[in-house]
Design a binder for this molecule. Structure first.
Ligand code: BGC
Length: 915
C-alpha cells in the first residue's frame, strides 16, 4: 500500500492559506483487494516543533480531517506527516506542507494607493517603486490585491502565472488577496510595477453596460516580505512613496478588449495618493486561480466572401489570442472575436451583443509578442485587420479558466456522444472563470445562480469544483438578505430583486452537491444559515394555502412548449415550478439539519416539508392524478422531486410519455426540466425512452447542435436553425452550459457511477444500456481515488470492467444480472453472454436527404454512381424530403442506389460503434 495525493484544503502544498483549521486528505493505493484504512496519525510541525499530533487514531477517515492544534502564525511554513495503517498489515507515510498567508486582512500594514488622473483617462495606471537590496535573500513573498484587476512585475518579469486577480467578489464585503512566491526575482536594484485594469470593479459591466459598479477609481495594495539569510526581515509596501504613471495598456475593459500601444512612452512619474478602503473585508484567495491552461494553435486561415481575413481555432473557447508580429512602428493590428461564421461563411460577431471584444496592438518595429492582460473573449474565430500577411504559426489561442483538476472522463462507442461530452467540458472550461457564468462572450458573463445550480452536478464529475464553489457560495451568502432572498446573479450587480425559484435555490442545492461529491460537511456548516434563510424567505412569501404564488419567476426558462409569445418562461405553471423547488430545497435543508445535528430544525423542516408536499398535491395535481401542467417539466418535477402521492405517479408518468410521444419523441424542456428529464425516465422504468431522446440527432436534442458542428453547448436548443440561420431573439450564446447538465445522467446512468455515501465512501456502480451505444468507459477521480466503470455489449457478449479505490466499498449491479454484488477495492472483470444487440441502423428510408448527404461517405458513393444527382441545381429543394418521398416521386434506379448508400452508411456506422 502506498499513499498519494496529499491535499490540504484540496490543494497540494498550498502557499498563502488563511484557513484556521485546514483539513487534510490522502488516498490509499493498494495492489490487494478489499483494502481499507484501519488507523492514521497526523503530525504537524513548525521548524521541528510539534503543533498538532493526533496520536494513532483507529479510523477509516482519510478525507478532510480537520486540524485541531495550536493557532497558526502568519507567513509560516508548517510540515505535515501522515502515517496510515491498513487491514492487510501495511503501513505507509506521506508528507506535505503548507504556508500560512497574512491570516487576516488587517495584518496588511501597507496602504491602498491610487492615482489622480482625470476621469477621462482610460490607460491603466502603473504603480512603481524602486528599491535596493543589500543583503543575501532567503525568501520573498508578495501579498497583494487591488480594486480592479492587477498584474505585478518585478524587474520587468511578471510575478506568478495567474490572471484576473483578485477575482470577482462583492468587493465591499469580500476582497481576496493573493500570495506569490518570488524568491529569485529580486536583485540589487529593483523595480516593482503594479498595473491595474478596470476589471469587474470599475469596468463597464452588465447588460446595461454600467461603468464604476463598485467604485470609480482603481487602487492597489501590496507588501513584499523579504527574509534575508541572516534572519532579518524587511517589508516593502504600497504607500505614498510609490509613484504612478500610465503605461502601454491604453485601455482595457473585459467586454471591450484591450489596446496596447508599444510605442507609448510616458516619462513623467506622478505622486500616488492614499485610498481609503477597509481592510476588514480582505481575505486570502479562496478558490483556485485563473490560468492559461492550454494554448491552441491556429487551425485554418480563411478569407471570407466579404474579404475578411480570419483564423479558425477549431474550438469555441474562452481566453485570448497571443500574436507574434514584426510590424512597422505605429502599425495598428486589430483582433476581433466571434464564436461562429454565418451561413455564407462570413464573420458573425452578433452573439457578443454589445461586447466589442477588440484587442488592438500598435507595433514598435521590432519582433513582438502581444497578449492582453485584463480582458477575455468567447470565440472560435478571429478576424485580423491591419496585417498584410498572416502566418498561422504566429497566432495561438490561450484558453483561460479557473484551474480545476480534471476528475472525470466519459467515452462511448458513439462519436457524436463523445463530441457532446467534449462540448460539455468546454462549456465548463469556458464558463468557470473565477465565478460560474452563464456565458463568456456577450455583454453578460454574470454569475447566474440558476445556470450554476442546474450544471453543478455535471461540473463536479468533470473537474474538482470544491474550492470554486466554496468561494462562490460564500459570495452568495454575503449577498443574501432576509428582504430579497438570494440574488439572481452572484456577485449581484443587478440590484435588489426578489429571489426566484430554481435560480435562488442554488443556495441550497449546490452545497448539497458539494457534500455528496466530496463528503464536505464544512460546506454545509458554513452555508447552513444561507440555506435555511432561503427556505424561510419562501415561507414568508407563502399564502394561506402554504404555497409560494406571488412575484417574478423564470419558470422553465427557454422551454419550447410556449411558442405563441415572446415569453421565455415555458408552458409549465411558474408557481408549480416554484413550489416544486420549495419542497426540494426544504427536503435538502431538513436532511442537512439532520447531518449537522440541529434537532429542532429537523423537526421544524420535516413538518414543513410534509405540508408543502400536501399543498402541492392539492393545488397542482387533480384528485384523479392529473397534473395541472401536463408539460414534460411539470411531470418531471412531480416525479423526480418525489412530490406526487404514490397513487398519482403512474398517471403522471403516462402523461409524460404521452407528451414526449406527441412531440414525436423529442424533449421540450427548458433550464428546469432538462437536468431531470432523463433521470426521471430512467428511474421510472423508461430508460429506453431516455436513450431515444438522448440519441436524437434532429432538433430539439442534445446531438442536434453536435451535428450542426457545435464545439460547446448552446444557450438554446435552436441557437442555429437547420437552415444555418440564427435565432434572432438577441439572446443567443453558443457557449452556455445549462443544457450540458445531461452529463450527470451520462455518468450516473450510462456509465453507472453514483455515490451511496457522501464523497463516494460507498459507491454504486450500475451501468444501463441504451440502443445505439455499444460501449462506455467512464472514470471519476473521487476524493478516495479513481473509480472506473467500463462496459461493452457486442456480438452477443457483455464485458464489464470496474475499479474501486482503496478505503471504499461498492455495490455493483451488472447489466442483465439479477443480484447486486458487494465489492471491496480492486479491479474487476466480468464477461457473459447476452441476447441483447445494441447496434442500430442510424439511417433508414425515413431519413431525410440532408441527413444522408451530411455524411461524407454518402457523397463519395453518389459521386461515383450518380454524380448528376448531386449536381442537380434542384437538389436543395429536396433536402428536407425523406428518401421514401424522393423515391416515390422518382421511381426507378434511385431506390437501388439509396439502398446501397443507406446500407453502406449503417455498416460503417456500426463498425465505428463496435471498434
Ligand atoms: C442568461 C441566462 C440566465 C437568464 C435568466 C440570461 O440572460 O444568459 O442563462 O439564467 O438570463 O433568466
Amino acid at each position: 500500500m502506498i499513499l498519494k495525493d496529499f491535499r490540504i484544503e484540496y490543494q497540494e502544498n498550498p502557499v498563502g492559506i488563511d484557513v484556521s483549521k485546514p483539513r487534510f486528505s490522502w488516498k490509499l493505493v493498494s495492489q490487494e483487494e478489499n483494502a481499507l484504512q484501519t488507523a492514521y496519525q497526523i503530525i504537524v510541525t513548525e521548524e521541528g516543533k510539534i503543533v498538532w499530533e493526533t496520536g494513532k487514531r483507529e479510523s477509516s477517515d482519510s478525507v478532510l480531517i480537520s486540524y485541531e492544534g495550536l493557532q497558526f502564525e502568519a507567513s509560516t511554513l508548517y510540515e505535515v506527516t501522515v502515517e496510515v495503517w491498513d487491514n492487510k498489515g501495511n503501513q505507509a507515510l506521506l508528507q506535505g506542507s503548507f504556508e500560512t498567508g497574512l491570516l487576516n486582512g488587517t495584518n496588511f500594514s501597507a496602504e491602498f494607493i491610487t492615482h489622480e488622473f482625470p476621469s477621462e483617462e482610460t490607460a491603466c495606471p502603473v504603480f512603481i517603486k524602486e528599491f535596493e537590496v543589500e543583503k543575501e535573500i532567503e525568501k520573498v513573498r508578495v501579498y497583494a490585491t487591488a480594486l480592479g484587476v492587477y498584474e505585478i512585475k518585478i524587474n520587468g518579469e511578471k510575478v506568478g502565472d495567474t490572471f484576473f486577480a483578485p477575482g470577482w467578489t462583492n468587493y465591499k464585503k469580500r476582497l481576496q488577496y493573493q500570495t506569490y512566491q518570488a524568491d529569485k526575482m529580486l536583485q540589487k536594484q529593483n523595480k516593482i510595477e503594479i498595473t491595474v485594469g478596470n476589471g469587474w470593479y470599475k469596468g463597464i459591466f452588465g447588460f446595461a453596460m454600467t461603468p464604476n459598479i463598485y467604485g470609480d477609481r482603481v487602487a492597489a495594495l501590496a507588501e513584499i516580505h523579504i527574509t534575508y539569510s541572516d534572519g532579518t526581515k524587511e517589508i516593502i509596501k504600497t504607500d505614498k512613496s510609490w509613484k504612478v504613471t500610465t503605461g502601454k495598456i491604453r485601455s482595457s475593459e473585459i467586454y471591450m478588449g484591450e489596446t496596447i500601444d508599444s510605442t507609448f512612452k510616458e516619462e513623467t512619474l506622478y505622486n500616488t495618493v492614499g485610498y481609503s478602503f477597509s481592510k476588514d473585508h480582505i481575505i486570502g484567495q479562496e478558490s483556485d486561480p485563473v490560468r492559461i491552461t492550454e494554448r491552441i494553435p491556429a487551425k485554418d486561415y480563411i478569407v471570407t466572401p466579404k474579404g475578411e481575413k480570419l483564423i479558425d481555432f477549431g474550438q469555441n473557447m474562452t481566453g485570448f489570442v497571443e500574436v507574434k508580429v514584426k510590424g512597422e512602428p505605429g502599425q495598428k493590428i486589430t483582433i476581433r472575436h466571434a464564436e461562429v461564421l454565418d451561413k455564407d461563411g462570413n464573420f458573425y460577431p452578433d452573439t457578443l451583443r454589445q461586447a466589442i471584444s477588440h484587442d488592438i496592438y500598435i507595433c514598435n518595429g521590432e519582433e513582438q509578442t502581444f497578449l492582453p492582460h485584463f480582458t477575455f473573449h468567447g470565440f472560435r474565430y478571429i478576424c485580423i485587420e491591419g496585417l498584410a500577411e498572416i502566418k498561422l504559426e504566429n497566432f495561438s489561442a490561450c484558453v483561460l479558466h479557473t484551474e480545476m483538476e480534471e476528475t472525470g472522463s466519459f467515452i462511448s462507442s458513439n462519436p457524436l456522444v463523445n463530441q457532446l461530452q467534449s462540448n460539455i467540458q468546454w462549456g465548463q472550461r469556458g464558463n468557470f472563470l473565477d465565478i460560474p457564468t452563464d456565458c463568456p462572450q456577450r455583454d453578460e458573463r454574470l454569475g447566474w445562480t440558476g445556470d450554476a445550480q442546474v450544471f453543478a452536478g455535471t461540473a463536479a464529475y468533470n473537474r474538482n469544483v470544491a474550492l470554486f464553489f466554496t468561494k462562490w457560495l460564500r459570495d452568495l451568502a454575503s449577498e443574501q438578505t432576509a428582504e430579497f432572498g438570494v440574488p439572481h446573479v452572484i456577485p449581484n450587480i443587478l440590484g435588489n430583486q426578489e429571489g426566484a425559484a430554481a435560480w435562488s435555490d442554488a443556495a441550497v442545492i449546490i452545497p448539497w452537491v458539494m457534500y455528496q461529491t466530496y463528503g464536505d460537511v464544512r460546506v454545509l456548516e458554513e452555508q447552513y444559515e444561507s440555506m435555511r434563510g432561503w427556505v424561510d424567505y419562501i415561507t414568508t412569501r407563502c399564502g394561506s394555502n402554504g404555497l409560494w404564488q406571488t412575484g417574478f419567476q423564470y419558470g422553465d426558462w427557454l422551454a419550447l412548449d410556449k411558442e405563441e409569445s415572446a415569453d421565455r418562461t415555458g408552458a409549465t405553471d411558474k408557481y408549480l415550478v416554484a413550489n416544486a423547488y420549495y419542497a426540494y430545497s426544504t427536503d435538502i435543508l431538513r436532511k442537512t439539519a439532520g447531518i449537522l445535528n440541529y434537532i429542532e430544525d429537523v423537526r421544524k423542516y420535516d413538518d414543513l416539508y410534509v405540508k408543502i408536499k400536501q399543498s402541492f398535491n392539492e393545488e397542482y395535481i387533480t384528485a384523479t392524478g392529473r397534473m395541472v401542467s401536463e408539460t414534460q417539466t411539470g411531470c418531471v418535477l412531480a416525479l423526480y422531486f418525489d412530490l406526487a402521492e404514490e397513487k398519482y405517479r403512474k398517471r403522471i408518468l403516462e402523461s409524460l410519455e404521452t407528451n414526449i410521444a406527441n412531440h414525436k419523441n423529442h424533449l421540450s424542456t427548458g433550464f428546469v426540466g432538462t437536468p431531470y428529464l432523463s433521470h426521471t425516465l430512467t428511474e421510472n422504468n423508461h430508460h429506453d425512452l431516455a436513450g431515444v431522446l438522448f440519441l436524437r440527432e434532429d432538433y430539439p436534442s442534445w446531438l442536434y447542435s453536435v451535428k450542426m458542428g457545435a464545439t460547446t453547448i448552446w444557450e438554446r436548443w435552436n441557437s442555429i436553425l437547420p437552415t444555418g440561420d440564427f435565432d434572432t431573439s438577441g439572446m443567443n450564446s453558443l457557449n452556455h452550459y445549462a443544457y450540458g447538465s445531461i452529463g450527470d445522467w451520462m455518468y450516473r446512468k450510462l456509465a453507472g457511477i453514483n455515490q451511496l455515501e457522501p464523497g463516494y465512501k460507498k459507491i454504486l456502480i450500475k451501468p444501463q444500456f441504451i440502443k445505439g451505444i455499444t460501449s462506455v468507459e467512464a472514470t471519476f477521480n473521487s476524493v478516495y481515488g479513481e473509480i472506473k466503470s467500463a462496459w461493452s455489449c457486442k456480438d452477443k457478449w457483455i464485458k464489464v470492467n470496474v475499479e474501486i479505490p482503496a478505503n471504499t466499498t461498492a455495490v455493483l449491479y451488472l447489466p442483465e444480472q439479477d443480484q447486486p454484488m458487494e465489492l471491496g477495492s480492486g479491479c474487476y472483470h466480468f464477461e457473459y453472454a447476452t441476447e441483447t444487440s445494441l447496434e442500430i441502423d442510424r439511417f433508414t428510408f425515413d431519413s431525410t436527404l440532408k441527413e444522408i448527404l451530411d455524411e461524407p461517405l454518402a457523397i463519395e458513393i453518389l459521386n461515383q454512381y450518380s454524380s448528376e444527382l448531386l449536381n442537380n441545381p434542384m437538389i436543395q429543394f429536396a433536402y428536407q424530403l425523406t428518401i421514401n418521398e424522393i423515391i416515390a416521386s422518382a421511381p426507378g434506379e434511385s431506390e437501388q442506389l439509396f439502398k446501397m448508400v443507406i446500407d453502406t452508411l449503417n455498416r460503417s456506422q456500426n463498425e465505428v460503434l463496435t471498434n
